[in-house]
Design a protein around this ligand. Structure first.
Ligand code: PDD
Length: 285
């Protein structure tokens, strides 16, 4: 059945939603995006995603075509129209259609393009939680502003394909010997009870799930260290896991050919997943 999507002010059947071939998102990947999960028909951490969207737009000198209140209404209407109990809402905003292809930004009164669509997914009972994920390491060849959530996702897509070709689930990207993050998630290790994850900076996306998970870990008296860690350190860790809006907290049980710890999902990761889901479902809107 056709989904209802949102495109530039209108709710439409997906086959009727159209974007120009001159759109800068298409020609230059000149756009940003957000992904918000839905559990029991409610939005998880909408405020966090809305704030990061604002930041991404600001870093690229793009104006938002909607207010945060309007954005919430659009998300809610898409959940209702598509009967989404569990899944994701994807949002993309681009610098719009200036009419001609030109590297220079178009005049500031060019209307941005805004598109939102839904996808259903089995998020809570994802079978990967029990199995744990296998990751392979790849060189991080992305641009240097990974803190901006842009739609230039070709390198993460290549990394994902490299992982699949190696029989793994995902890739961990490595720069100067240190792990930056997963293809579409933040990366963590646990050593001697301490949770270690890369510090914020331009090298990684500032995960909304990461922020919440670290907050919950600290209030549960778990020790957290935000610093770069090497691939070798990760392979010798007791546990590893990733976080994102679509996987929440997901154990990692193998890095390249090395099992992590016992090679099964770790207790810290599983506990954090439980706390995260409990707390975030209570706060869902
Ligand atoms: N990806 N790092 C990268 C490179 C990401 O693409 C993502 C999210 C994250 C985690 O951020 P958050 O916790 O805010 O989802 C970290 C989304 C889910 C995606 O592209 O589908």
């Amino acid at each position: 059945m056709s989904r209802t999507v949102y495109c530039n002010g209108e709710f439409l059947p997906e086959e009727d939603a159209k974007v120009s071939i001159f759109d800068r998102g298409f020609l230059f990947a000149d756009g940003v995006y957000e992904v918000t999960s839905v559990l029991n028909g409610k939005l998880i951490d909408f405020d966090g995603h809305a704030k990061r969207l604002e930041r991404s737009l600001g870093e690229l000198q793009m104006a938002s075509p909607v207010t945060t209140e309007e954005l919430l209404e659009i998300h809610r209407k898409l959940v209702a129209e598509n009967n989404i109990e569990e899944g994701m809402i994807y949002l993309q905003i681009t610098r719009g259609n200036p009419g001609d292809r030109d590297f220079a930004f178009p005049p500031s009164d060019t209307k941005p393009t805004i598109v939102l669509f839904t996808q259903t997914a089995n998020l809570l009972h994802n079978p990967k939680v029990d199995q744990g994920m296998k990751v392979v390491s790849v060189e991080d060849q992305r641009w240097a502003r990974r803190d901006i959530k842009t739609v230039q996702l070709l390198y993460p897509s290549l990394a994902k394909m490299a992982a699949k070709a190696a029989g793994a689930d995902d890739a961990w990207m490595v720069e100067d010997g240190a792990v930056t993050e997963g293809s579409s998630n933040n990366a963590y290790i646990v050593k001697g009870g301490k949770i270690i994850t890369r510090h914020l900076g331009n090298e990684i996306l500032h995960g909304i799930t990461r922020a919440a998970v670290l907050r919950f870990a600290k209030s549960a008296q778990m020790e957290v260290e935000e610093r770069a860690f090497t691939l070798e350190e990760a392979k010798e860790a007791d546990e590893a896991f990733v976080t994102s809006a679509s996987t929440f907290v997901m154990p990692v049980v193998q890095i390249d050919d090395t099992p992590v710890g016992t090679g099964t999902p770790g207790s810290v990761a599983l506990r954090l997943r439980e706390i995260y889901l409990d707390e975030m479902q209570k706060a869902a809107v």
